[in-house]
Design a protein around this ligand. Structure first.
Ligand code: S3P
Length: 418
């Protein structure tokens, strides 16, 4: 049954819930597991994607102990050893690609699979460098399901990452942790840097010089460590845009990860006329009149997860917006370029693509039919984006709305009942 998301009568107010950052949560679990010892993780994301990563690591021998106040303690053995050989990656590209980096150092054959969305996503981008490191990967058309056979000693690699992807970069760095030599990753386009920063914070010897990251494997870190996971700026983005669009809104977000790379969307929304203030670790957002914007391709890797909700902002802003360099949107949980455009058209919004650019004529839609049904198609960010559009206009139905639980299990309870 599709879920009806009605127009919101009051604006967005008080402090909406935001989950722990999803990217940081995956890495906290993985880095807590690949080094023997005890890790306390505070504020882990509670969505199914991160739970998939946790389950896979449990299948490799770590033990987990949930405690009070969102604290998870994990203990990891001297070496990861599969208790099973079949692993489920769910809907999570981050689990699949980062765990393939870990499987590189496990000298057994591991089979992995995922849901129909993940089965469509390109894995050649990690298969190729892992193969160069001596890992054997068997797959059909570089997609899941696949079999990965790692080795005790992956070959070190110097790799220029050909696609802007933090998942690819992280996969190679993780595989490099098992090599006795030095692995170098060179990025021509910057991507989120949580893996290398977390390794550094954990005391692992790693060199980060602008776009070149270098580490030698088989080093150790302290046996006991604590990782604090800040709140997810990409999840917060739905409330930020909702509060800007809906009259009488004012919300304050606290403890959000303030990494400027992840907050680029706030700059974009401010350039669109958004009334947003960042002070002393808080983000305060008030209702605003937005106008269109041209976002160049140089920002694509910074905004990669926020485009769907930025397209909603552009649809209700005054004037034309243009977003360039969007080819990677086609490789997400669904095709977020043509997919978002086609769904926006259902509301009469004038929108079109030209190559890898998307154009949106703001305020061109009609929202007189609340019976439109939007299929989320296994894509949590598509579901949440149209939920915000529906809340700020005249409502709509969302089919397969439960996909939101991959990243944001308490999203609906705040949107519909607060
Ligand atoms: C992620 C990297 C990005 C992003 C994804 C999370 C990560 O994917 O879209 O949601 O945690 O490394 P790509 O590496 O494919 O760009």
């Amino acid at each position: 049954m599709p879920l009806f998301v009605p127009k919101k009568i009051t604006g967005f107010q008080v402090s909406p819930p935001v989950q722990g950052d999803k990217s940081i949560s995956h890495r906290a679990l993985i880095l807590g597991s690949v080094f023997p010892g005890i890790t306390k993780i505070i504020g882990l994301n509670e969505g199914q994607d991160v739970m998939c990563t946790q389950k896979v690591l449990e299948g490799l021998g770590i033990k987990t102990y949930p405690g009070d106040d969102h604290v998870l303690t994990i203990t990891s053995p001297v070496a990861l050893k599969p208790k099973t050989h079949l692993f489920w990656m769910g809907n999570s590209g981050t689990t699949a690609r980062l765990m393939m980096g870990v499987f590189a150092g496990v000298p057994e054959t591991i089979y992995l699979d995922g849901d129909i969305s993940l089965r469509k996503r390109p894995m050649g981008r990690v298969i190729q460098p892992l193969t160069d490191m001596g890992v054997n990967v068997q797959s059909r058309s570089d997609r899941l399901p696949m079999a990965v056979t790692g080795t005790h000693h992956p070959r070190a690699l110097t790799y220029h990452v050909p696609v802007p992807s933090a998942q690819v970069k992280s996969c190679i760095l993780l595989a490099g942790l098992f090599s006795k030599d030095t692995t170098t990753v060179i990025e021509s386009v910057p991507t989120r840097a949580h893996t290398e920063h977390m390794l550094q914070e954990l005391g692992y010897p790693i060199q980060i010089n602008d776009n070149i990251i270098r580490l030698t494997g088989k080093q150790t870190i302290q046996k006991e460590r604590t990782i604090y996971v800040q709140k997810d700026p990409s999840g917060a983005a739905f409330w930020v845009v909702g509060a800007l669009l809906l009259p009488m809104s004012e919300i304050t977000l606290t403890h959000v990860c303030m990494d400027p790379f992840r907050l680029k969307y706030i700059d974009i929304l401010m350039q669109m006329g958004g009334n947003i203030r960042i002070t002393g670790g808080e983000i305060v957002i008030r209702s605003s009149h937005l106008h269109g914007i041209h976002v160049g391709s140089e920002w694509a890797s910074y905004l990669i997860d926020e485009y769907p909700i930025l397209f909603i902002a552009a649809s209700l802003a005054k004037g034309l917006s243009q977003f360039d360099g969007l080819h990677e949107l086609r490789a997400k949980e669904s095709n977020r370029l043509e997919g978002m455009m086609n769904r926006l058209k259902r509301f009469g919004i004038e929108t079109w693509t030209h190559g890898d650019s998307l154009f949106i004529q703001g305020q061109s839609g009609h929202f007189n039919d609340p019976n439109i049904v939007i299929d989320a198609d296994h894509d949590h960010r598509v579901a949440m984006s149209f939920a915000i559009l529906a809340s700020c206009t005249n409502g709509c139905y969302i089919k397969n709305y439960d996909t939101v639980s991959t990243s944001f299990p308490n999203f609906w309870s705040y949107l519909l009942f607060k």
